[in-house]
Design a protein around this ligand. Structure first.
Ligand SMILES: C[S@@+](CC[C@H](N)C(=O)[O-])C[C@H]1O[C@@H](n2cnc3c(N)ncnc32)[C@H](O)[C@@H]1O
Length: 271
C-alpha cells in the first residue's frame, strides 16, 4: 500500500503533529513565485452566505482560518476536524482566544458523524489523496451538505514538486510511497483527474488553477525539517534544478520545482 494512503503511517509519522507539514508550508511561503498567499486565495473562493455552517476535513494546523482571521464573517460557525488528534490539538491551540465560533472534532473523512444536510459548505484541502476509500468520503460529504451547499477541495497537479520528488527518490527510495510524481493512475486524486471523479458525486464542478513554482535559493533550513535524515545540502550541491528541468552539475545552490495546485467549489444539487 502506498504511504500516501497508509493511515497508520500518516497518523504516526507524517501527521502525528504539525512539524513536518509546517516545514513544507514554510518552504512554499519562502520560495513560491506566486506572492499572493495560498490560503488567502483559497478563502477568496468561498462563497458561503454570511450565516453558514462550515465543516473543514483534514484541517491540519488551521492555516486557512489563521491566515484569514481578519475577514471571517462572524456568523460562520466553523467545525475544524482532522483524523490526527495531534493536528487537531495544534489547530485548537492556534485558534485559542479568537472570538470566532470555532469547534473542533476528531473525524475520519470516511465517516462523518453529522446528520444529513447539516452544512452549507465542506472544505477538504490537500487531504483527499490520503483517504483510502475516497468514494465513501465523497458520499459522506455529499450527505452532510445541504441541497445547494458547496464542497471545496484543493489538490496538487501531476507535476507538483516533480523535480524534488525525483531527486528525493533517487537518494531515499523508501520515500517513494509519499510521492505520486508522474502517477497517472486513477487511484491518486489530482487536478488532472479530480474533476471527473467529483462529477460523479456533484452536479457542477469548477476548476480554479493556482499557478505557482518554487525557486529555492537555500538548502538549509527548509529541507532539513522535512527530510531530517537526508544530507540534502550535499545532495543538491551535486545536482540542481533549472526552470523545472533537472540538470547536472552546474549548480548555483538554487533549486526550482514545478508546483501546480488549485481549488474547486462543487455545489451539491438536489439529486
Ligand atoms: C497535507 S495536510 C493538509 C492540511 C490543511 N488542509 C491544509 O491545506 O493546510 C493533510 C491533513 O489531512 C489529515 N488527514 C489525512 N487523512 C485523513 C482522513 N482520512 N480523515 C481526516 N483527516 C485526514 C492529516 O492528518 C493532515 O492534517
Amino acid at each position: 500500500m502506498s504511504d500516501l494512503i497508509n493511515q497508520h503511517y500518516l497518523l504516526t509519522e507524517q501527521y502525528n503533529n504539525a512539524q513536518k507539514l509546517e516545514a513544507r508550508i514554510q518552504l512554499h511561503q519562502r520560495f513560491s513565485t506566486n506572492t499572493y498567499d495560498w490560503q488567502r486565495w483559497v478563502f477568496d473562493h468561498l462563497t458561503n452566505p454570511p450565516e453558514s455552517r462550515i465543516l473543514e476535513l483534514g484541517c491540519g494546523p488551521a492555516d486557512l482560518w489563521r491566515k484569514n482571521a481578519d475577514r471571517i464573517p462572524e456568523n460562520w460557525h466553523i467545525t475544524l476536524s482532522d483524523f490526527s488528534p495531534g493536528m487537531l490539538q495544534e489547530a485548537r491551540q492556534y485558534l485559542q482566544g479568537t472570538t470566532q465560533d470555532f469547534s473542533f472534532q476528531h473525524i475520519d473523512a470516511q465517516s462523518i458523524p453529522f446528520e444529513d444536510a447539516h452544512f452549507d459548505a465542506v472544505i477538504a484541502n490537500h487531504m483527499l489523496y490520503h483517504v483510502p476509500d475516497r468514494a465513501k468520503a465523497l458520499a459522506e460529504i455529499r450527505r452532510v451538505l445541504k441541497p445547494g451547499g458547496r464542497f471545496y477541495a484543493a489538490t496538487n497537479g501531476l507535476n507538483h514538486l516533480r523535480e524534488l520528488g525525483e531527486l528525493v527518490i533517487e537518494f531515499e527510495p523508501e520515500l517513494r510511497g509519499l510521492w505520486t510524481v508522474g502517477d497517472t493512475s486513477s487511484s491518486s486524486f489530482k487536478l488532472e483527474n479530480g474533476e471527473a471523479e467529483l462529477a460523479i458525486h456533484f452536479s457542477h464542478v469548477h476548476l480554479h488553477p493556482y499557478d505557482n513554482a518554487l525557486v529555492v535559493t537555500e538548502v538549509q533550513p527548509p529541507f532539513s525539517g522535512i527530510y531530517p535524515n537526508m544530507d540534502l545540502p550535499s545532495l543538491i550541491s551535486g545536482s540542481c534544478f533549472v526552470e523545472g528541468s533537472f540538470t547536472h552539475p552546474s549548480c548555483d545552490g538554487s533549486a526550482s520545482a514545478s508546483l501546480s495546485t488549485g481549488v474547486s467549489p462543487f455545489p451539491r444539487n438536489s439529486r
